[in-house]
Each structure stands twice: as C-alpha cells, then as structure tokens.
Ligand binder design. Structure first.
Ligand code: KG4
Ligand code: ZN
Length: 345
C-alpha cells in the first residue's frame, strides 16, 4: 500500500477542527497536524451550544484553521490524496459549513472526498493511537452521545446500547446547571464531588439489572432536582454531597451496563486469541471516577482498557482524517460531490 495523506475537517458541534493525517504502508497512522478551536466561550453564557452561533463561528474560523493544519504538517494541497469531512450526525449548520468546504477543496484541487460519519471517527481512533485490531468494544460518552458499540471492521458497527433519553455528558451539564455550577458541567461536578459524601443521597440507578444494554439518565436528573429542592437553600457542602452522590450513581450504573456488555463480548468472541479491548471516547471519559470504574471493570473481565489521549477522545479532525484513511485503505469508494449532510445518521 502507498503512503496516504488526508486533510480532515470537523464541524459537527462546537469545535472547529482541521488536521492532516498520514497512513504509512505498514498501516500505521501518523498525525502531522491537529488543530482545534473550541467555541466554549461563545456558548458558555447560554449554558449550552447555540446552533446558530456555532454555525457562524465555523464559517469564521474554518478556512484559517485548514491553512494552519496544512502549514503545520508542511504539506500543500497537491501533497494530499483526499479530503475527509464530517457529514453527520450533528448540528446541521456546522455540518453544511464543513462539508461544503471539503467539497470545494476536493473539487478545486482534484482530490477525492470522503463524507465521514462522526461516530465512525470516534470508533476508529483507537486504531490510530494504539494500533488496535478488530473486533473491539467502544463506549462513547459525550455531550451528545452515549453508545456502546461493537466495532467489527471499517464500516461494520453494531450498536449494543444507547441512551433512551439524555446523553451522559448532558446529564452532567443539566445537573450542574440545576446546582448553579458553570458550563460545561462535567468538570464542575467532578470538582465539587471530590469534597462530597457520596452516600448522603440515594439516587436511582436507571436500568440496572436489565438484560438490554441501554442507558437512561433523565430520571437521575429529576431525582437530583428533587433532592436539591427539598434541602434548598443549598450550601457548598450540600452541592458537594449531591455531586458525589450523582457521580456514584453514574459509576454504579456504568458498572452494571458495561459489565454486561463485556460479558456479552466475551461470550460472542470466545474463540478470539487476543485480549479483548474496551475503548472509551468522548468528553465524559475525562472523568477520573468513571475512568477508575471502567478500568476496574476491564480488570475484572480480562479486557484491555484503551483510553486515547483526551485531545483525541473529544471532538477533533484527526479522527475524521483517519476514518477517511481507513476507508481509503479498505478500498471504499470516495463519495460523490453531491453527498448531503445528515443531522441524524
Ligand atoms: O466529547 P465532548 O467534548 O463534546 C461534545 O459532546 O460536544 O463532550 C463534552 C461533554 C460535556 O457534556 C461535558 O460536561 C462532559 O463532556 N465532560 C465531563 C467531564 N469533562 C467533560 N463529564 C464528566 N466529567 C468530566 N470531567
Ligand atoms: Zn464527538
């Protein structure tokens, strides 16, 4: 296989990102550049991502970031083989900006275009960072997604579990807002929880014990609201105790849900002669207690726990470029220039 190089573009949510990644003839990936501009400040006053603001910010930043990514990688457009742009799922305004830009570059430079599913980007990242081989399990826990996915091959994914209401990061964000903590809520809740008593509040552990592998977090949020209302006005101690109890409920829930997933993987792939692996991705993977829980679980079930560096766990364009490279290397046809962005996919 020849050396391949791809320019990646990511604009599906509140991060504008561009990257150049190469794939060596031996299959190894190399990140030549990876630039991300977070719009956190634009959105924090609103306590969440505002789609219209996000789309406008992508328009303003994207071309400069692409230039920066090419400069840092020391390549010109003629040195790349293709352009990979996220085409869904996500906020439609941002997707339009990124995909149209990708199309324009591909057309003008005479390169092929790969329209990438954002989730595929997350799913394949561990092969770029850790050279993981198929099959493996991936837990994606971010502000928009909560999914346990069986990754069988490039383009071969089986969703084993998903949330039936809020995403896990969303549950952190809503809980933080309820307690008067800043956005994004995850880091604030984790910080407050460190000083708290995790056993003070008995919060629900949704779906624990059920055979299917789905998640549900909205009941937990409601229980937090109830607890907070009952003891209002809240002092710092109360907030810390609620956060600690909340995080403990999440950890126990994940322990049960993911434990079942690992057991199912083991029974379906009993013949596998390599150590099975669980990969985490998404912003919530930054949470130390959740990490410890998953790590302990992996130890218990004999899994390798793979947590790519945080920069590659959260939204970035290197994973999109890599997904394009994986598709290219696996002889998937590039996409036509009339491919449409899909907010749901
Ligand atoms: O993957 P990500 O950066 O992007 C999007 O989903 O867009 O995930 C962001 C989410 C937010 O909901 C944030 O509150 C959560 O990840 N998060 C955390 C932590 N850091 C970020 N949740 C729990 N604990 C953390 N330390
Ligand atoms: Zn993402």
């Amino acid at each position: 296989a020849p050396l391949l190089r791809i320019l990646g573009i990511e604009t599906s949510c509140d991060e504008t990102a561009a990257a150049v990644v190469s794939r060596h003839p031996d299959g190894r990936g190399e990140i030549l550049s990876d630039v991300v501009l977070s719009q956190l400040e634009e959105h924090s006053a609103f306590g969440g991502v505002v789609p219209e603001i996000a789309a406008r910010a992508h328009v303003e930043a994207l071309d400069g970031l692409i230039e920066e990514a090419l400069d840092q990688a020391q390549v010109r457009l003629c040195d790349i083989n293709a352009v990979a742009a996220t085409s869904g799922p996500g906020l439609i305004g941002g997707l339009i900006v990124g995909l149209m830009t990708g199309k324009a570059i591909a057309r003008a430079a005479g390169k092929s275009l790969y329209a990438i599913n954002h989730l595929e980007g997350h799913a394949l990242t561990a092969r770029l960072t850790d050279g993981l081989s198929f099959p493996y399990l991936m837990l994606l826990v971010s502000g928009g997604h909560t999914q346990l996915v069986l990754v069988r091959g490039v383009g071969e994914y089986e969703r084993w579990g998903t949330t039936i209401d809020d995403a896990l990061g969303e549950a952190f964000d809503k809980t933080a807002k309820l307690l008067g903590l800043p956005y994004p809520g995850g880091p604030a809740v984790e910080r407050a929880a460190r000083e708290g008593d995790a056993d003070r509040f008995k919060l629900p552990r949704p779906l624990v014990g059920e055979a299917r592998l789905d998640f549900s977090f909205s009941g937990l949020k409601t229980a937090v609201r109830q607890a907070a209302t009952e003891i209002a006005p809240l002092n710092d101690r109360d907030v810390a105790d609620i956060c600690a109890s909340f995080q403990k409920a999440i950890s126990r829930t994940l322990q049960d849900r993911i434990g079942r997933g690992l057991a199912r993987f083991r029974s379906e792939y009993a013949h596998l002669d390599v150590t099975p692996a669980l990969v985490v991705a998404g912003g919530v993977a930054a949470n130390q207690e959740i990490r410890r829980t998953l790590q302990a679980l992996c130890l218990e079930y004999g899994f390798r726990f793979v947590a790519p560096p945080m920069k590659l766990c959260t939204d970035n364009a290197a994973m999109i470029a890599w997904a394009g490279l994986e598709r290219m290397a696996a002889d998937f046809a590039p996409d036509d220039l009339d491919v449409q962005p899909r907010s749901r996919w």
